[in-house]
Design a protein around this ligand. Sequence first.
Ligand code: SF4
Length: 527
Amino acid sequence: MSHVPPMSHAPRTSMLHVPTPSNAAQVVPATTTSSRTMNILLVSPRTPDTFWSFSHVMRLVGRKTAFPPLGLMTVAAMLPRNWNLRLVDLNVTALRDDDLRWADAVFLSAMIVQEPSAREVITRANALARPVVAGGPLFTTGAERFPEVACCVVGEAEDLMETLVADLAAGRLQPRYQAAERPDIRRTPIPRWDLVDVDDYLTLSVQFSRGCPFDCEFCDITAVYGRVPRVKTPARVVEELDAVLATGWKGAIFVVDDNFIGNRARTKELLAAMIAWRDARGATCNFTTEASINLVDDPELLDLMVRAGFKNVFIGIESPQEESLKECRKVQNTRRDLVASVRAIHAAGMQVMAGFIVGFDSDKPGIFELQRRFIHEAGVSTAMVGMLTALPGTRLFTRLTVEGRMLGRSSGNNLDAVMNFVPRLDPTVLTQGYRSLVGDLYAPRSYYARVLVFLRDYRPNGPRAGLRGDDVLAFARSLWVLGVVEPGRWEFWKFIARAGIFHREAFAEAVEAAIRGYHFRKVAATL
Ligand code: SF4
C-alpha cells in the first residue's frame, strides 16, 4: 500500500534509497572516511500542492512542510564521515548560489511529482559547473530523460554507495550507477537527523520495510522494490526511533513503508518491540503508516498496532466496484465488504485514510456516485481520490502501450485531472465527474458529515498523549481561520459543537480532521 503517491498511495520518502549491512560486519559506509575531504550539498526539490503536501495545514499548525527528506538523510549517513554535508530542503528554504558554489557535488533525490523543481536545481548546478548525483523514483524510472545530469543512481543506493563515493573522490564519477540486486535493508544506516531542523516538519519518518507482496496493475512499487518485503530488525527500528526521540520530537511519526504488513510475522515482532519501547521511554508519539485492507483479517495484528500507538493507516481501497478491483488485480480488496472492513478498523481504534481511483476500463458514468456513497458510508474523512495514471515500469503502462493507448508520461500527480492514456470512459465525462466528485467530497457540509460518520464508528484506544502547547495553538488558529475567516464557518461551528457534545473522547481527532479538511478543500478548489 504504500509509497508515495503513485496512485492512491501516500508519501513515501523520495530516495536514492539507502543501504545497510545485513550483518554488522559488513559495510556501514558512515563509519568510513575518505582520503579526500569533499563538500556535498544534498537538495530535496519542491513538492507541488497536492493532497499529500498538506501545504494549507501549515499555517494552522505552525510548520513549514509535511515530511522530511528521509531518503537524502539516509544517503547522507552513508557518506564518509570526514566529508562536509549541507542539506537544503526546498520545501523549507531557498537554494542559494553560495550553497552551490560551496559544494564539490550536489546530491539530488526526487519523486516523479517533483520533476519541475528538480530540473531547476540541475540547471542551476550545471551553470555553476557542480556535478549532480541524482537518484530517487524520478531518475530510477527515467534516467535516460536527464542526459544533462552528471550521474544517475538507478534503483536503491545502498550497495552502490561505496563505489560511487570512491569514484567521486577520485574524480572519475560515472554517468550511471545501477544496483545488480535489491539491497538488504538491515544494513541501512540511521538517517542523519542532525542535517534538518525537525521543527520545520509536521511529521517525522522512519522506515521498517520495502516492497509489497501484492501486484496491483497500476503500482510501481513491486517493480521498483519487489514483491518480497525486505524488513529491518526490530532492534534497528527501535534505534531509529531513539534517534527521532533524541531530536526532542514528541509528535507524529510516519512509518513510510510500501505495505507495513507485507510480512505479518515480522511486523508483529516489530510491534511487540515498539510497545516495549514506548513503555521504557515514556514516548508520546503516535504513528501513521500504509497497509493493505487484509489488516482487518488479523485481529492480533490490529490490536498490536493500536497498542503500539498507530492512530492512522492509509489503505488503497481504489474502488467500491468489484469489476474495477479485479481489472487492476487488487485481489485483497475483492470478495469482501469494504465498508464493514473500514468500520472494523475504526472500531479497533485506528482511523482509515484511503486512496480511490477513477478511470479504470470497467468504470461506467455511475462510478462517481458509487465512490461518493462508499466514501461517506465508510466514514473515510481523508479520501485521496485520483485519476488512474500509468506510471513507467508498471504492468498497466505495458498493457496500455501494447494496446496503443498511451498518450505521454505521467506528471506523478494523480490529482491533476490529466490522463496520460486514452480511457474507455469519455474523457470529458471522466474529467468532469472527477472534479465534481472531489469538489463534493470536500465541500464543508459533506466533509463534516463524513467526519461525524467516522466519529460514530471510532473507538479511541491505545496510548493517548496529553495536549501539547502546539496542539492548543493549532486549535486556536483553526477556530480563527475555519470559524471566522473562511467560508463554511457555520458548518464548522456546528461540527465542533457536535463533536464536543457527542464525541468528547475523540475531540482531538475531530479538530485534526477539520484542519486536514481545510487543506483538501483548498486543493480541490484548484482542480
Ligand atoms: S502492489 Fe497494491 S497493495 Fe502493494 S503497494 Fe502497490 S498498490 Fe499497494
